[in-house]
Each structure stands twice: as structure tokens, then as C-alpha cells.
Write a protein that binds this ligand. Structure first.
Ligand code: CA
Length: 707
């Protein structure tokens, strides 16, 4: 994947440039980083250049295994440590710190982003700039705590006070963004607040990014025109074949320090002007409030330590840059991107592509089943794969989350053996991060809000969703709560199902609560069916929680229900479709597995019928519509699985009657086994919605009423 660089850092009206940045090519990936330092007249530049330097120096070792997010996290933690230690050893540097936003663009075409503080990453595509990172500022903490509205936060006098930064405390929590798959002509833009505080997202999107260097220049011209007074730094990487700058030099904290020392000697000023560095040496002699130069350390104490020998890469970068034409940025000492490198990147792409699964869905390896033709006998343990048996029922969600960059996934990989199959979900199409346009006001305080949040925290997703529904009746501004409820489903149930491997029915039953909120057999003690529910077949009874509750709530929401509108606004319809695609695919896989399980028991048949009903009704209804729009490639797969799950095998036993019944009810061919007396089954002329129940006074969904 070809890429072109553009970068620029301007001191603006400040007395020194405390921003540092870098764009570095490594074998198979590119690292870009922007840091905005603070703290004293020396400290800020020291901290930011030390951060860039540290990340540069350690990333190769850390990224060797291909786990780029982890590499970024550890690299920023090391930078934190380096700055913290340096400040501790030199009281003049005390309190120095820096923001950092770092991106790794992989040969496979993904970008991984980590950040601390308020320097930002944007993804710019087709005229739209999407902010990928969220600033670590105090006001954002207040917004999260619903003490401040986003609008008030934006204009808050202390909007720039950071809640996290590198080097100020011994430990730092690095935030990793979801990896994003890049496409041609995408621009990854990293910038300090001197840029994003002045230039709007809209402007960032509307600039001509045909080439990154003029693009960056345009951005800084806007800063200039608005007389932005902060240091302004922007680094842009364009995906595609375009003219660009070479990689940047590695900033040298020592040289900054040396400059400071040298400045004590006025005679050396001229020499310093010629010095190319990521930090402007001039800054140190024009600071009116700078401490007397005698006070400045000749060398900070940490520099007394034996310096590490420069890495070969650094030598190369600096060495090859000397004779290269220098663009008009004074900090830039470019080295042209070598063709060989591009070639290498391309080659790499052909190999195993670990990053490909990073996408929200990840890979669903559920039930030991998958390829339709082959048979997964639930009751037959797989002798070859004992140690991989990873059923996570109520474990820490983080244990189940597919680790970005580490999954050895290739959809074309042949199935391991004929006794079990690992599910493969085709990667969702590329998704841009979504930012809600509306519904961002914090809700008024109230009982519903409390219940919704508390329930979500207790992993009672259905209860949380119900409370949100109630709260929505009070004001649409309760919308933010929706994302909380949705997140609860995702964390409590969907993740547990993703990547689970099941080898027998007992193990499957343990996962039931994640499907529908209660075990298939041996109902929990606090589960009380209503008299009406009891008259329904087990497979048709409402879900109490789990991904099926979410599916039902979505499918049954009425037109004036704000849920869909709000969730789409908060998450974006493609992302919602991805969530449902995972839910339905898991259901379908379960249906296939259960249909092949032997010996058949009533429990298995009920569980099987349930899955058949859920998949067929989902495909027929609103969820199916979402999938056809956003995940059309999955629909034939789901239909084939449904077919497999409802068809007897060549020499196998017949398909039980309740399976066929569940299928027909799901597809609308037969009326639902409702027990409420009504004039007749509701026929949807548009054929888009399964009839899930009676609806006098609202849409009644098997015991739940949504108004
Ligand atoms: Ca700044």
C-alpha cells in the first residue's frame, strides 16, 4: 500500500516550539507521531522530543510480533517513563509533560492509533474529516459524568486542561482506538491543538488532499490566517501514489538541550540558526519570561547517563537526509520514500493478514461449526484441540475480545479437520468511525436514567434498555443512555459468543444466557414465566436478555420509537448492521450445530427450534433489511445455514415438527403461536416485519410493550 507524507510544524507566536513530530518508515509499517509538550521553557520541547524519540527507538522491537496496538501502548508508556524520570532528575524540567498521538499504518492497510492528551488523529476521506481520537481533557471527563454539555465544554475557559499526559505521573493510561482499514486516497492526519483548535473539522475535510504536503500547508495557512498563536503541527499520510516528503528526522532531545546551553553564548546563535531540528532553537532566546540563561542546565542530569548508541535506522535516516533537497519547512529533512520499501509493503500484504480481523466484528468462531457441508457433532469432542477449548461464559470480557492484530485469520484457510469447524465471518466492509450528529445532550436527572445506567453496570442489558425506553419518553436527550445499554449488550453477551468454541450441548447450554438471557433447561430460580408465556412453546417465548433480546427489541420497535433513530445516530447504521450480523450469524451457527447434535433430546430440539425461529424472523424483518443493505454478502450465507438447519441430512433422522413450525412462523408463512385472542394474524403488506405478537395499545412483543 503506497503512501505519501506531508508534515509541517510552526512555532507561531510562541517563544518556542514545544511540538515535536515524526514520520518514520519501518519494515512493513509506517509510524507517525505528533507530541505537544508543555512545562517550562525547556521542558515542553524536551518532553515532546523525548517522547517522539523514545517511541521511534523502541517501536521496532515492540512491533516485531505484529501486535501493533500493544506496541504503541507500550511505546507510549516507555515515553511516559522516560520523561518522568528525566523530569525527576532535573528540577528545571520538573512538571514537563507532553501529549502524544501515534499511528502505525501497516502494510496490510490498517491504521492503529494510540493517544494520550488532546493531540488528535483524523481520518479524512471523500471530503469528510472524522475525528478518531477523543481528547483527554478535564471538560470531557465532566461531559462523561454528565456535568457539562459538549457545547458548553467546547467553549469552557479550561477546555484545554488535560486529564492525561505523558511524563507527569509515573503511570499513564494509553487509549487505543479501534483499528481502521484504510482505502486509497484516505488521509490520516495527526495534529496538535494549535491546529484543531483553530481549523474546523469541516475545513480539514474540504481541503484538497490530492497530495499531503500542499494539504498540510493549506491547513497551516488557515491557522496563519486566523492568527493562531499556539504551536501548530500537522502530519498527513495519504494512502496512494502521490508526491510527498520523505521521512522526518528523529528529534534529538539532547540537541535541544545543547541548543539551550549554546544559546548562552551569543556568538553561537548564528550557528544555531543553521541547525535543523524538530524544535526551533530561536525560541530559547526570544522568550521574554525565560529564566536567566545562567540558570539553564548545561546538560540535564539524565543526559549524563551513557547515551544509547543510535539505532541503525536513525543513522540511516539522518545520513541519507543530508544530501536530499530540503522542502521549505525548516524542520523537515526528508528522505524520499524508497520504492523498495513500497514493494516490500505490498509483498507483505499478500502474506498472513493478522490485521484483517480487527474490524468491529472480529471473527466469530462460535460453536465448532461452520462449513455447511461438513458436520459438527456437538457431542463429539475434538481430540486434537483440547487446549484451545475456550468457552467463556461469564469471564472477563477482555479475555474474549479478539486481540487486534493477533488473530491469524484468513478466510481461505482450510478447516482444521472434519469434526469441528471454526466460524469465519467475512470481514465487514470498511467503516469510518461514526460521530453522532445530534442527541448529545446529557439527560435531565431522573429515576430512569439512574436505573438505566445502574442496570447497564450490572450487566442487566435488557433492564437497561427498558429503562432507556422509558427515559426516552421524557426527553429524546436521554439518547446517550442508549449507547450505554447497547454497549452493555456488546460487552456482556455478544463478546462472550464471539470466539467461543463449543464441543457439546452442555457447553452450549452454558451460553444460553448470552443468547436469550436464560438457560435452555433448568431455568434460573428468579425466572418466572407469566401465565401467557407458559402457554407458548419454549422456542417462541420472549428473550429475557442477551443478543436475542436486542434483536427482538430492534425488530419490534415501532416507527415512532426513537430507539432505532437514536442508535443509528449514535453508532451509524453500518455499525449497527455489523452488530446484528454477528448476532444473527452466531444464531445460525448454533442452529446448524444443534441440528447435527446427537442424540437429539427435547432440550436440544427446543434450543434448535429457537435458533431457527430467531434467524428466519430476523432475516425477514428489519434486521434482515439492515443486513441486505450493509452486509449483503452475509445474507446468502445465513440463508444457506438456515436451509441446512431445517433440512434432514441424507441418511439422518427427519427434522422434528417444531423446527418446521418455528421456521414457518419466523418467515411469516404461519401465524405465530400467540395466545392472545385477536381478529387474526397481522399481515404486513410490505413483508418487512415478522409479526411478533398482538398490538392493541402499542406493539406488544411477547410480553414487552414498546410505545
Ligand atoms: Ca499546543
Amino acid at each position: 500500500m503506497k503512501r505519501a507524507f506531508g508534515y509541517r510544524s510552526e512555532q507561531r507566536k510562541r517563544s518556542e516550539n514545544q511540538d515535536s513530530f515524526g514520520v518514520f518508515d519501518f519494515d512493513g509499517y509506517t509510524l507517525a507521531i505528533v507530541c505537544d509538550g508543555m512545562g517550562g521553557h525547556v521542558g515542553g520541547a524536551q518532553a515532546s522530543s523525548l517522547a517522539v524519540r523514545t517511541v521511534h527507538d523502541c517501536i521496532e522491537e515492540l512491533a516485531a510480533g505484529g501486535d501493533y496496538p500493544e506496541a504503541l501502548r507500550v511505546a507510549l508508556e516507555r515515553a511516559n517513563q522516560a520523561i518522568y524520570e528525566a523530569a525527576r532528575k532535573n528540577h528545571r524540567l520538573m512538571g514537563m509533560g507532553t501529549t502524544a498521538v501515534a499511528a502505525i499504518l501497516t502494510g496490510e492497510g490498517f491504521v492503529h492509533i494510540a493517544h494520550v492528551g488532546d493531540s488528535r488523529a483524523y481520518l479524512i476521506n471523500e471530503g469528510q474529516a472524522v475525528q478518531v481520537t477523543r481528547d483527554h481533557t478535564m471538560v470531557n471527563l465532566f461531559v462523561d459524568a454528565e456535568l457539562l454539555t459538549p457545547e458548553d465544554a467546547a467553549t469552557h475557559p479550561e477546555a484545554h486542561v488535560l486529564s492525561r499526559s505523558l511524563g507527569v505521573e509515573r503511570q499513564v493510561e494509553v487509549e487505543l482506538s479501534d483499528p481502521i482499514e484504510l482505502a486509497d486516497n484516505d488521509v490520516v492526519l495527526l495534529c496538535s491543538d494549535g491546529v484543531h483548535g483553530v481549523v474546523t473539522d469541516w475545513e480539514l475535510g474540504s481541503i484538497d488532499w490530492a497530495a499531503p504536503e500542499p494539504g498540510v500547508k493549506h491547513v497551516l495557512d488557515i491557522v496563519d490566517a486566523r492568527e493562531g498563536d499556539d504551536n501548530a503541527t500537522a502530519v498527513a499520510i495519504l494512502i496512494g501514489d502521490a508526491p510527498g516528503m520523505g521521512t522526518s528526522p528523529v528529534p534529538d532531545p539532547k540537541s535541544i538541550d545543547a541548543q539551550v546551553a549554546a544559546l548562552r553564548d551569543e556568538a553561537q546563535i548564528q550557528m544555531m540558526d543553521d541547525y535543523e531540528s524538530a524544535s526551533d532553537p530561536d525560541s530559547y532566546r526570544t522568550e521574554p519570561s525565560a529564566p536567566p540563561r545562567e540558570d539553564l542546565p548545561s546538560t540535564p542530569s539524565y543526559l549524563d547517563e551513557e547515551p544509547e548508541p543510535p539505532s541503525p535506522r536513525e543513522t540511516q535516516t539522518i545520513g541519507t537526509s543530508v544530501d536530499e533537497p530540503v522542502p521549505d519547512q525548516k524542520q523537515a529533512t526528508p528522505r524520499p520514500l524508497q520504492r523498495g520499501k513500497d514493494e516490500k509493503l505490498k509483498k507483505k500484504k499478500k502474506g498472513a493478514s493478522p490485521a484483517r480481523l480487527l474490524v468491529p466484528l472480529g471473527v466469530i468462531g462460535l460453536m465448532a461449526i461452520v462449513s455447511l457441508g461438513a458436520i459438527a457433532f456437538l457431542t463429539r469432542p475434538d481430540p486434537t484441540d483440547e487446549d484451545e477449548s475456550t468457552i467463556i461464559v461469564d469471564g472477563d470480557p477482555s479475555n474474549v475480545r479478539p486481540k487486534p492484530g493477533t488473530e491469524p485469520i484468513d478466510p481461505a484457510v482450510p478447516e482444521p479437520d472434519d469434526s469441528f469447524f471454526r466460524a469465519r465471518i467475512p470481514d465487514p466492509p470498511r467503516r469510518l468511525p461514526h460521530r453522532p450528529l445530534r442527541y448529545t445532550q446529557p439527560p435531565p436527572r431522573g429515576q430512569s436514567q439512574f436505573v438505566a445506567v445502574q442496570a447497564a453496570r450490572d450487566h442487566k442489558c435488557a433492564e437497561s434498555l427498558d429503562a432507556v425506553q422509558e427515559a426516552m419518553a421524557l426527553s429524546p436527550d436521554h439518547a446517550k443512555l442508549y449507547s450505554q445499554a447497547w454497549f452493555c449488550f456488546q460487552e456482556s453477551h455478544a463478546r462472550q459468543l464471539v470466539n467461543s468454541k463449543v464441543e457439546n450441548y452442555e457447553q452450549f447450554a452454558e451460553l444460553e444466557s448470552h443468547f436469550r438471557g436464560w438457560p435452555e433447561f433448568g431455568d434460573p430460580e428468579d425466572l418466572e414465566w407469566t401465565a401467557e408465556d407458559k402457554r407458548l412453546p419454549l422456542w417462541y417465548r420472549p428473550a429475557r436478555d442477551g443478543v436475542e433480546y436486542r434483536l427482538e427489541a430492534w425488530a419490534s420497535s415501532s416507527e415512532d420509537d426513537l430507539m432505532r433513530e437514536v442508535m443509528i445516530d449514535l453508532k451509524g447504521e453500518p455499525s449497527i448492521a455489523d452488530d446484528f450480523a454477528a448476532d444473527v450469524l452466531v444464531e445460525a451457527q448454533a442452529a446448524v450445530a444443534l441440528s447435527r447434535a446427537e442424540p437429539r433430546t427435547p432440550d436440544i430440539e427446543e434450543a434448535w427450534a429457537r435458533r431457527v425461529y430467531v434467524v428466519s424472523s430476523a432475516l425477514k424483518g428489519r434486521v434482515g433489511k439492515l443486513l441486505r443493505t450493509h452486509r449483503p454478502e452475509l445474507v446468502p450465507q445465513l440463508e444457506e445455514m438456515l436451509e441446512t438447519a431445517t433440512t434432514a441430512q441424507a441418511e439422518g433422522p427427519a427434522v422434528p415438527g417444531n423446527i418446521a413450525k418455528a421456521h414457518k412462523v419466523g418467515t411469516g408463512e404461519e401465524p405465530p403461536p400467540t395466545i392472545v385472542v385477536r381478529p387474526g394474524p397481522k399481515v404486513d403488506p410490505l413483508g418487512e416485519e415478522p409479526d411478533l405478537g398482538p398490538e392493541p395499545g402499542g406493539t406488544k412483543v411477547k410480553g414487552k410493550i414498546y410505545k
